[in-house]
Design a protein around this ligand. Sequence first.
Ligand code: NI
Length: 195
Amino acid sequence: MQVSRVVADSVRMALLKIAHMGHPALRGRAAEIEDPSAPEIRRLAQDMLETMRDAPGVGLAAPQVYAPFRLIVVRAPAGRSGGREEPETVLINPELTPLDAADAWGWEGCLSVPGLRGLVPRYGRVGLRALGLDGRLVEREATGFFARVLQHETDHLDGALYVERMPDLKLLAFEGEARHIEEALRAAASAETSE
Ligand code: NI
């Protein structure tokens, strides 16, 4: 690849700074986006995608990069929690409707809460309504891991972090220690089934 091409690519790409828990950017309700096709919105979405890839993460919400707007970028890798692959998607003004009980437990982490993992109950199935960058309406259902990612990211738009969705903070751990919680839960579950 030519040097000039490499320089041009790196100039176009912008990695955004991520706000950490405690910063007011992560609190409050983010504003609706009136014109999804505005060039500034497209630029923000592209930079958020680059930042998510670089982290790497499976989702990022605009307030996490100090932009107080209702915009999220999400993806779900193939095979994660048995779910199917979801390609990178930009969602504007997303709205979720629960379609079952909030009893699907799974591990979550957050780029704004680095180093930690927690077990969080979420809806296993949600209805999604949002706009794409082209202004077209996106309407679909999501299940499993992708439904979890959507709930985590839309929470950011209302100023909530996953730790606030945890009914039991004993299920919060540093990444390197989360396996101890998994082992304890497995042992408890097998004790239950053998009773
Ligand atoms: Ni997060």
